[in-house]
Design a protein around this ligand. Structure first.
Ligand SMILES: [Zn+2]
Length: 440
């Protein structure tokens, strides 16, 4: 241990202990469990965690503290995003030279202002994300979204998405079980939280990671306590991954309609499904010059130059894209499959695949929630997906996810109730991460 870390370790408990209690009163509480909202609730936060929560008359309030009278307002858990990427993109350019501490912090700051209190970064990271994750966890970077990382993800030699800008040399290209296991061990030693695999032929353009290799990755990850996640496209691959004990499907099945066989495999192993509908939307929506490019809630998170590039460069590229009709069909298929799996009792999580060009941290999480409702889920199902279910998928539900005594106070105070209209999630009064109010 260097003298510097000794000093920080000693200083932290004293700092945390000095934090004033935060008290929110008279609020409508939606706690993320799926239970009925509690009207007139009180929440007491101490040292970053929820010390007491419940109906107003059941919660003993400490003297003093920072009090918020939240009459007419609604408190919901912070959004946990099961599929994001940090660090690689600036403007519309995805490149490894963009990946710096500053870019990562900037991305996490943007997520935070939209109420995303935890994100994941799935497979395109450099190892400098690890000390950032740890600093946020230790309370040394207050107001930033928490991040969990898969570090570098797995594909086969020259497999998808190694032709995407910035990915070649970052993704791990493996063809043998022995090499795959050695890389999982290396990632675990480097501090990864998850492993990520890409299993996608992209309509026959690429070889896929063979099943014996992805089975070994999943098994090795499980033995080291890492959550396994996969990018997938085909129903058949989803079934093979389910049989192999994958933890999280990080995209929708899009080649065909899902069936009862997949649903029963997923239910049996409690596999979480993160539909990433906005990922599909992003592949064609700019061709339509969407109205939301004018939306203040969107433009607050991006530069004016970038909005102008979306209106011209990306619009023209998407209008000329020969895959445009396939991309539109992918969203329709993904929306239908989300509803089918939700109705079949599969655990639905929440993810967006934000980070790459055209998929914007924060704003797209709100659009994702809205698209999930358009697909047929209730606002309550969406809230449970981004809180309880997402925290369980990541194995962090002991301290995160729902709003309950003992958990971190990662939460959003809203001016209107999202159960009435999911778009009310945009009516953000305040975002708290570990009880710290995010500056907007
Ligand atoms: Zn992704």
């Amino acid at each position: 241990m260097t003298p510097r870390t000794v000093c920080l370790a000693l200083a932290l408990p004293a700092l945390a202990g000095a934090q004033d209690a935060l008290i929110i009163q008279h609020v409508t509480l939606i706690d993320g469990t799926g239970g009925a909202p509690v009207h007139g609730a009180s929440v007491v936060v101490k040292d970053g965690r929820i010390a007491a929560i419940g109906p107003g008359d059941s919660v003993a309030l400490p003297d003093g503290g920072d009090r918020i009278d939240a009459r007419g307002k609604t408190l919901v858990p912070g959004i946990i995003n099961l599929h994001g990427h940090v660090g690689l993109t600036k403007g519309l350019v995805q490149a490894q030279e963009n990946y710096t501490r500053e870019t990562v912090l900037d991305n996490l700051r943007t997520y935070a202002t939209y109420g995303v209190t935890t994100t994941t970064s799935l497979g395109t990271d450099m190892n400098l994300v690890v000390p950032i994750r740890d600093a946020i966890r230790a309370g040394r970077l207050p107001g930033l979204t928490r991040v969990l990382t898969a570090l570098q993800g797995f594909t086969t030699r020259d497999g998808y998405p190694t032709t995407a800008p910035g990915v070649k040399g970052l993704a791990i290209e493996v063809s043998s079980v022995v090499a795959a296991r050695a890389h999982v061990k290396r990632l675990a030693d480097a501090g990864a939280d998850l492993v990520k695999m890409w299993i996608d032929a992209h309509h026959g353009a690429f070889e896929k990671l063979p099943p014996n290799v992805f089975r070994a990755i999943i098994e090795e990850a499980a033995s080291r306590g890492l959550v396994s996640t996969a990018h997938l496209y085909d129903l058949q691959d989803a079934k093979l991954l389910a049989d192999a004990g994958l933890n999280l499907m990080a995209h929708s099945v899009r080649d065909t309609e899902v069936d009862d066989d997949l649903a029963s495999k997923m239910r049996a192993k409690e596999i979480t499904y993160a539909p990433t509908l906005t990922r599909e939307l992003s592949t064609f929506v700019y061709a339509d010059s969407p109205k939301w490019l004018n939306d203040r809630f969107f433009s607050k998170g991006v530069s004016a130059n970038l909005v102008s590039d979306l209106r011209t460069t990306l619009r023209d590229a998407q209008r000329a894209d020969p895959e445009q009709q396939i991309n539109r069909q992918n969203l329709r298929m993904a929306s239908g499959n989300l509803k089918r799996l939700a109705d079949a009792g599969v655990k639905i999580g929440f993810g967006t695949d934000t980070g790459p060009p055209g998929r914007f941290a924060g704003y797209f999480e709100h659009m994702e929630a809205e698209l999930m409702v358009e697909a047929g889920l209730t606002p309550m199902q969406v809230i449970v997906a981004f809180s309880r279910n997402a925290s369980e998928a990541l194995g962090i539900d002991e301290s995160f996810g729902t709003l309950a005594e003992g958990k971190y106070a990662d939460m959003i105070l809203l001016g209107d109730n999202p159960l009435d209209d999911i778009r009310n999630l945009r009516q953000i009064d305040a975002v708290f991460i570990g009880g710290h109010r995010v500056s907007m």
